[in-house]
Design a protein around this ligand. Structure first.
Ligand code: ATP
Ligand code: MG
Length: 195
């Protein structure tokens, strides 16, 4: 079995994430995609605005209705800073017969050389990279032993980010359709990202 892992802060999960996950699934022939919120992401200066539980709830709501999507709470269950190498080692031991690939957008592809223990990570797993507006997919700048583990799959450019969604909500603007209806309702009911 080949499983795509899509990690993220998902603060909140939006349709850009879902389109990327679905594209990666189809183009790379993944059997399933596991959507995995980080507890504390290693690379972000600010803590997530929503709690880990709320971010996971929204991932569950967003995954509903796609039989290939599965929410995974392994990192928020573990707590602390979520380093991919720890997660990969844990998943590999729990699922010895499953191959894993990480699904990442262009900003994360660029950032790969700086991932904690990237040389160990690329020995374990491959990456599926997707285009994202504002970020170059300039593979030449990435060392060959990392670059050779990344497969780029086509993706329509989707100019949606969680940061922009949080900013719009703070200003009282509508973000409907940038997230699924269920996620939108959840944000409204829980007053997420409001001033
Ligand atoms: P933030 O603005 O808070 O960083 P984000 O929109 O970048 O949020 P993340 O949770 O940081 O979302 O991203 C999780 C993964 O999804 C990353 O690999 C990121 O590159 C990818 N991703 C997010 N948005 C898009 C998009 N619009 N198109 C393609 N990939 C995306
Ligand atoms: Mg991001």
């Amino acid at each position: 079995m080949l499983v795509g892992i899509m990690g993220g802060t998902f603060d909140p999960i939006h349709t850009g994430h879902l389109i990327a996950a679905e594209r990666a699934r189809v183009e790379a022939g993944l059997d399933e995609v596991w959507l995995m919120p980080a507890n504390v992401p290693p690379h972000k200066p600010n803590a997530p605005k929503a709690t880990a539980r709320q971010r996971f709830d929204m991932v569950c709501l967003a995954a509903e209705g796609n039989a290939f999507f599965r929410p995974l709470d392994i990192e928020i269950g573990k707590g602390g800073v979520s380093y991919s190498i720890d997660t990969i080692e844990l998943l590999s031991s729990q699922h010895p017969d499953t191959d894993f690939a990480y699904i990442i957008g262009a900003d994360m592809v660029q950032y790969l050389p700086q991932w904690h223990r990237i040389d160990d990570i690329v020995r374990h797993i491959r990456f599926i990279g997707l285009a994202r507006p504002g970020y170059e997919l300039d593979m030449d700048t990435i060392p060959i032993h990392i670059r050779s583990r990344v497969t780029i799959v086509p993706m329509p450019l989707v100019e949606i980010s969680s940061t922009a969604i949080r900013e719009e909500r703070l200003k009282g603007k509508s973000v409907r359709y940038l997230v699924t209806d269920a996620v939108h309702n959840y944000m409204e009911v829980n007053h997420l990202y409001e001033s």
